[in-house]
Design a protein around this ligand. Structure first.
Ligand SMILES: *Cc1c(COP(=O)(O)O)cnc(C)c1O
Length: 230
């Protein structure tokens, strides 16, 4: 690793090391391989110097929740760090699908047929097939994106068979103020019965529970970068 010579670089490097250590320790405790859990560093609303610090520390997997914001930051960073893998983890409007396909390497928030069809078309037009995850609204919250747990099987089948998307994973965001474990367990169940291998679940406050229950991606923002500038 390169020498760390300023306070921000040092802070982010230490944070990354600490989160990775906690992921490894939890994986080990539950007889999982630490290498089966990837850390998606959620860089939304963070200053560029903090993103740069993570890149300099060797981190390459990042998550953003808004297309416009990601577009303002990442094309330049990606031109310098070509092996960056950028995940879209927030709701996607159909009129941003083309930009999303151009910029992101994984789209974790597919949750309706219209969006699925437009993504498939934009991927075909761009000759760029990128993996998608289906977002499941495990808490069936009115205001939250995601397909309901009861509709997930049908939706996954349609995305795969009718639309032709490469559905590799499921994603969920448990309701605030509830125990996350039952939501993670529900996501695992839906994945298992649909032959889905990847599970994006767990954030700064609950990623260890998610790793225990089978997460293959944890999405950690503040734990890596510190508090966001709102
Ligand atoms: C912001 C965000 C995160 C990261 O949240 P932290 O609590 O900062 O770790 C994870 N997932 C999604 C979908 C987010 O929008």
């Amino acid at each position: 690793m390169a020498t760390v010579d300023n306070p921000v670089d040092r802070e982010i490097t230490e944070n990354l090391t600490r989160i990775r250590d906690r992921i490894s320790a939890t994986a080990q405790k539950w007889s999982r391989a630490a290498t089966d859990v990837e850390l998606v560093a959620v860089s939304k609303k963070q200053p560029i110097e903090r993103l740069e610090a993570a890149l300099k520390a060797g981190h390459r997997i990042f998550g953003e929740n808004r297309v416009q914001e990601a577009k303002a930051k990442w094309p330049e960073l990606k031109s310098r760090y070509m092996d960056v893998q950028l995940h879209l983890i927030g709701p996607l409007q159909t009129n941003k699908a083309k930009e999303a396909v151009a910029l992101f390497d994984v789209i974790q928030s597919v949750d309706r047929l219209k969006l699925a069809r437009i993504l498939a078309k934009e991927m075909a037009d761009a000759d760029r097939q990128i993996p998608v995850y289906i977002q499941v609204n495990t808490g069936e919250e009115e205001q939250k994106a995601g397909v309901g747990p009861g509709e997930a099987d049908d939706f996954i089948r349609q995305c795969r068979e009718d639309v032709g998307l490469d559905v590799q994973g499921l994603m969920c965001i448990p309701p605030a103020g509830e125990q996350p474990a039952p939501h993670f367990a529900l996501l695992v169940k839906i994945a298992d019965r649909n032959g889905i291998k990847k599970l994006s679940m767990g954030m700064s406050a609950d990623f260890e529970t998610a790793v225990q229950l089978g997460a293959t991606s944890v999405r950690v923002g503040t734990g890596v970068f510190g508090l966001r500038t709102e």
